[in-house]
Write a protein that binds this ligand. Structure first.
Ligand code: ADP
Length: 445
């Protein structure tokens, strides 16, 4: 029943219904008028004339009401259609907040404004995205669920050596990208793209468009960055080695000149033995410094795998503390032994204590302490120097803030820590100025 009533109502158009309703509203008055006219003492001609005028007026007014309602609805419908077609310039007049129709018009106008702003925003964002995609030196490819290429940026065109028009619509297999598409995190791959061979980082991101899965394949050329990194590492290495060699060779050369001068004098000066002895001492110490520098580089380049054996930490700590002549190093910890490579660990601690002594000067307080927790050995070297000025660069090879520094010590320490499956961190002390170096390594392999 309800369905029938609804379908009947749907068959009669809305404007006809308004018209009929308007007729219905006027019908009682018309009937009343007819009754009064027939009941009164009027001539039939008068009665029919009056009735004809009333019926015509009734129909005209009902039609007016229908037109009024329909006109506004049509206007609203035109406005909404314009919005649907993307024309936001049309606006409804008669917007008013205190009037039912005015309120609807106001809302439609607001909707238009909001849609215009949104479209502007979307346009700006997509213009920016297009610009970024075309300017960026990273190859971007978008594939649909069937692995067919849908979008490619200029870097992608350059990588594959073909224009976008020839690439779009091709399956990933035909483009030689299928193996790179298997979804997953980042991966570094070695491969050739035409004449360009090298190392590439590939990332695949999944996204949905129109409810369907799509893939964004990002391919970045790592070779250039790696080469630049390598070159700058070489430059730093050469700068530091050059500096160190000059630092040692200059005093050796000048001392050799002085000695030559001394032994060439006739008669020999009375204290010539002393001068020669002192000069040879300087030459020997500079040669030692050079040898130490070279052995540090050699060790950094070819650090062997740790050979673990039981190490008595208290004894090792005492030995390291005694090796540092400049400051009195306090040692703190219970005696116990752990399975570590004693030579590498000693080298690591010597470097940390040396850095601490460099930072504090002779009056400084340096503490070397060790402990054991959850099958891990924790060794700390604490000083009361000025602390770390540049924490980001500490482990950068050849980074040093010291005039005679090599910038190798901490890199070597970290290599040793990581070779033992542990880690080394350096941070400024929270309680006062100074640095706290903490080594954490598993007690055994
Ligand atoms: P080097 O001692 O030859 O400079 P390192 O790799 O051992 O090389 O140290 C690198 C840099 O780290 C040092 O030049 C110094 O600036 C900083 N550093 C290391 N240890 C400390 C410390 N205990 N206090 C302050 N700065 C430190």
């Amino acid at each position: 029943m309800a369905v029938n009533a609804r379908s009947r109502r749907q068959r009669v158009s809305y404007d006809t219904r308004i018209f009929l309703l308007a007729l219905l509203v006027g019908a009682p008055a018309l009937i009343l008028l007819a009754l009064l006219l027939f009941a009164g003492d009027f001539s039939p001609a008068f009665v029919f004339t009056m009735l004809a005028v009333a019926v015509v007026g009734w129909l005209v007014l009902a039609n007016l009401l229908r037109n009024e309602v329909v006109y506004h609805l049509r206007t609203l419908s035109n406005l909404l259609e314009a919005l649907r077609m993307g024309d936001y310039s049309m606006r409804g007049r008669r917007e008013a907040r205190n009037d039912a129709l005015g309120e609807v018009v106001w809302e439609v106008n607001q909707l238009g404004d909001a849609m215009r702003d949104q479209r502007l925003e979307v346009r700006e964002v997509s213009a920016l995205l297009r610009k970024v995609m075309s300017e960026i030196d990273i190859a971007l490819f978008t594939f649909d669920g069937q692995h067919v290429l849908r979008l490619v940026n200029p870097a992608g065109e350059r990588l594959l050596g073909l224009p976008a028009a020839e690439l779009i619509g091709e399956p990933a297999v035909a483009l030689g990208l299928e193996d790179l598409l298997d979804a997953g995190e980042r991966r570094v791959v070695k491969r050739e793209f035409g004449p360009r061979a090298g190392r590439w980082e590939r990332r695949v991101l999944r996204f949905r468009e129109g409810g369907l899965p799509h893939y964004l394949l990002v391919i970045t050329d790592l070779s250039k960055a790696l080469r630049e990194e390598e070159r700058s590492a070489w430059q730093r290495l050469i700068r530091v080695i050059g500096h160190e060699i000059n630092n040692s060779l200059a005093p050796i050369k000048s001392m050799a000149g002085t000695l030559e001068d001394t032994v060439g004098r006739d008669p020999l000066p009375p204290d010539w033995r002393e001068d020669v002895g002192h000069g040879l001492g300087v030459i020997a110490s500079r040669a030692d410094a050079l040898a130490r520098l070279m052995s540090a580089y050699a060790m950094l380049a070819r650090l062997p795998a740790p050979r673990r054996r039981p190490v008595d930490l208290a004894r090792l700590a005492d030995r390291v503390a005694n090796l540092e002549p400049r400051v009195a190093v306090r040692t703190q910890g219970d005696p116990f032994s752990a399975e570590l490579d004693p030579d590498q660990l000693e080298q690591l601690l010597i470097n940390l204590v040396k850095n601490a002594a460099d930072a504090t000067g002779p009056e400084g307080a340096v503490t070397l302490r060790w402990s054991r927790a959850a099958e891990e050995v924790v060794i700390e070297v604490e000083d009361d120097g000025p602390g770390i000025a540049n924490p980001d660069n500490l482990f950068v090879p050849f980074f040093t803030t010291k005039p005679g520094g090599t910038g190798v010590g901490l890199v070597l320490c970290r290599q040793i820590a990581e070779a033992h499956g542990g880690q080394l961190t350096l941070k400024n002390r929270a309680d006062q100025s100074g640095c706290l170096a903490r080594l954490t390594v598993p007690e055994r392999a």
